[in-house]
Design a protein around this ligand. Structure first.
Ligand SMILES: [Zn+2]
Length: 86
């Protein structure tokens, strides 16, 4: 699978509830095909977690955000946007 918005959208529909509009369901990663699973794992080489990868795919965050104050990578939160890691 080539990295593309179309493939990202396919993944989002598979691993988020409500056809991509709900929350991230980590259990669904086990239901992906080998190809889809590989796509997910290699989508962001700098991702710290499956959850982060899922959210970055969903919200098209190709570059990992950093805290404007301290420059550390931020923790991503689906409701609050981004938080400083401290
Ligand atoms: Zn900070």
């Amino acid at each position: 699978m080539i990295i593309s918005k179309e493939n990202d959208d396919i993944l989002v529909k598979l691993i988020f509830s409500k056809n991509g509009k709900g929350r991230f369901c980590p259990k669904r990663l086990k239901t992906l095909s080998q190809e889809q699973s590989q796509y997910f794992k290699t989508r962001f080489s700098d991702s710290f977690s499956d959850r982060e990868t899922a959210l970055r795919i969903k919200y098209h965050i190709d570059i990992r955000p950093v805290c404007e104050t301290c420059g550390k990578p931020v923790k991503m939160n689906i409701r609050l946007g981004v938080n400083s890691p401290k």
